[in-house]
Design a protein around this ligand. Sequence first.
Ligand SMILES: *Cc1c(COP(=O)(O)O)cnc(C)c1O
Length: 357
Amino acid sequence: MLERHLCSHTNVGLGEMMNNKTDWDSLTFSLTPTDTMYLTETKQDDAWMPGDLRPYGNMSISPAAGVLNYGQGLFEGMKAYRTANGRVVFFRPEENARRMQRGADRLRMPPVPESIFIDAVEQVVAANLSWVPPMGKGALYVRPLLMGSGPVLGVAPAPSYTFLVYVTPVGPYFKGGVSAIDLLISEEYHRAAPGGSGGVKAIGNYAPGMMPSKKAKSAGFSEVIYLDAETHTCIEEVGAANFFCLKDGVLYTPELTGTILPGITRDSIIKLARHNGMEVVETKVTAEFAMNADEAFCCGTAAVISPIGSITKGESKAVFGNGTPGSVTTSLYNQITGIQNETIDDIFGWLHEVPTN
Ligand SMILES: *Cc1c(COP(=O)(O)O)cnc(C)c1O
């Protein structure tokens, strides 16, 4: 009883700390400038030191910066949520830290230690607490960036690096309920090739997807599905989200071969489904197999899970269900979002509380 009382008291306290400038019901996935960002810099061979908070705003950078000329940069994407217990939490932030370290190795940048990464994202969220939307109205999207910010003329690693974190409130991905999306398989373009950088969140991986994505959108689809660049037969990803399909009660997802971004949502779904007693197979998933599946969905931090209503490849179109999300898709969505907002037990220990005082 006492605990209950304390919880609701905390809730009120946090509620008062929310700003009253924001119309929480009209938030979308777009940039709202906030108060404070975090920044730290280091030289190529020096150790990272903790950075500091500063007002959110423009920065100056050399025209010869490695990131501007050669794309030596990485991003991460994560969310801080207000929960039913009145806490503000991250979902598996250590995984974002580790993924950025693997990306730094691939792009020849000094990896940011996990402790500095976690401290940075905690500090920025705590400093922008009034921008964390109320539970159910969205989340505070946290965007860490690591870049070669020092000047370099030849194609080579930059002499110095910047790690920065900014935040922006975002609305729930699906307003008015989860709806199924229509996807188009790209037969012309690829996202990543074997040996390339598809397995890390390198900034340079994303601009080449914009034209194919716009084309698909003007043809009435929500996003493109990319096939593997070697055989053009196996599904790799949906835009910037991972792919799953269900066939005869077994869940299938493309195996991580280096060309697919190892999503934290993907990993969480695999663990959750296995915990539920479901068989999950990480393998090559051909477009043909997927188009004969019973359910399909894609996943990532932004939307968590998006049910797929149809997949089109050339002249053929596969429709899943009758445009409504499948039951396994819906159940996984409810479980992940339930863990995130603490209406379901966090049995895997995935939540990481943001210290807010
Ligand atoms: C970020 C990203 C994902 C999803 O990863 P999460 O960790 O689940 O947010 C999937 N594919 C690509 C290409 C991405 O950049």
